[in-house]
Design a binder for this molecule. Structure first.
Ligand SMILES: [Zn+2]
Length: 320
């Protein structure tokens, strides 16, 4: 087992309530959204998730079904509130892991400082959210720290914010942090892979999100065999035909011996997907129905454990 931290032992994982050994994360949703404040000036279609009691109820349901941890993928400036994440975690008993980084430009007020900053300033800000605490929690008795970096690619390379990509790479390199990368339906994954490796990151630091929207098994196998982690989350998005695309893709990856390079999530940024808000499948579908389907489809227990949290826990702990 090789470690990508500078120490010889795995790192503990930073949750909103503090450090936890990676072995204690349990079933973990690798990409979700637990709180999104409306942002003035952002695209009017941007999702909002701010019904505290209902979100809390949803998290309690997640725990009842056997889920223990979720990664929140909303960075500062796009509606994140680390104080709410902390309160939700305390009240529901679920581990939440907050992020620093950046989302797609459309989720921000157009005059947000981030888009005018140089890579150094961006890297310093990301490092400070990982080391000192999330910006909005700095004036609280125990600031909430970010546990990973989440960034977003646009649909073309020309449209991607280069200073922000460079700043995020530099922060991830400096602190040996995991980098979750939103892709627009899987676009640019191979381009971004080369970009980040050229900047000195190692494949095991990279998680490419929403890759099942581009269910090209040979591309997935190629990226996975390089060492990156692929995140799949279209279980409840009929327009992507999960029965015809996502489930066969999981079968192919597990069949190829690459179950240690796949991580599952439900990415429910829209309130309609929440069970107690919009009547959707809800957060508890990962430990519930999705886990049940994995069992019914006879996926080996090792593969299930890896894809339902083991892999993302290892990556957060800096284990290859
Ligand atoms: Zn998301």
């Amino acid at each position: 087992m090789t470690i990508f931290t500078s120490t010889s032992t795995p790192r503990q994982v930073m949750t909103v309530q503090g450090l936890l050994p990676y072995q204690e994360l349990g079933i973990t949703d690798a990409h979700n959204h637990m709180w999104i404040e409306p942002e003035q000036g952002a695209d009017p279609g941007s999702p909002v998730l701010n019904q505290f009691n209902l979100i809390c109820k949803e998290l309690v349901e997640y725990r009842k079904k056997g889920g223990e941890t979720l990664l929140d993928c909303q960075p500062e400036g796009s509606g994140r509130d680390g104080n709410k994440l902390l309160a939700l975690s305390k009240e529901s008993g679920v581990n939440l892991i907050a992020c620093t980084g950046f989302h797609r430009k459309k989720y921000y007020s157009p005059d947000h400082w981030f888009w005018k900053a140089n890579p150094q300033k961006i890297s310093d800000f990301l490092c400070s959210e990982l080391e000192q605490g999330l910006y909005e929690t700095l004036n609280t008795p125990i600031p909430v720290k970010a546990g990973f970096i989440k960034i977003a690619l646009e649909s073309t390379w020309a449209a991607c914010p280069k200073p922000a990509l460079e700043g995020a790479a530099s922060a991830a390199l400096k602190l040996k942090t995991l980098l979750e990368i939103h892709t627009e339906k899987g676009c640019l994954a191979e381009k971004a892979y080369v970009y980040f490796i050229d900047l000195g990151l190692i494949p095991e630091q990279l998680v490419f999100c929403h890759m099942d929207k581009r269910p090209d098994a040979s591309l997935h196998k190629e990226l996975a065999s390089q060492g990156v982690l692929l995140e799949y989350d279209t279980f409840y998005r009929p327009k992507y035909n999960p029965a015809g695309n996502l489930w066969p893709l999981i079968e192919q990856m597990v069949g190829a011996g690459l179950s240690d390079h796949v991580t599952l999530a439900t990415d429910m940024a829209e309130a309609e997907h929440y069970h107690f808000i919009g009547g959707g499948a809800g957060l508890s579908s990962l430990p519930g129905e999705i886990q049940k389907n994995l069992i019914d489809k006879n996926f080996p227990e090792t593969a299930r454990t890896q894809m339902l949290g083991g892999n993302i826990a290892h990556r957060l702990a800096g284990i290859k």
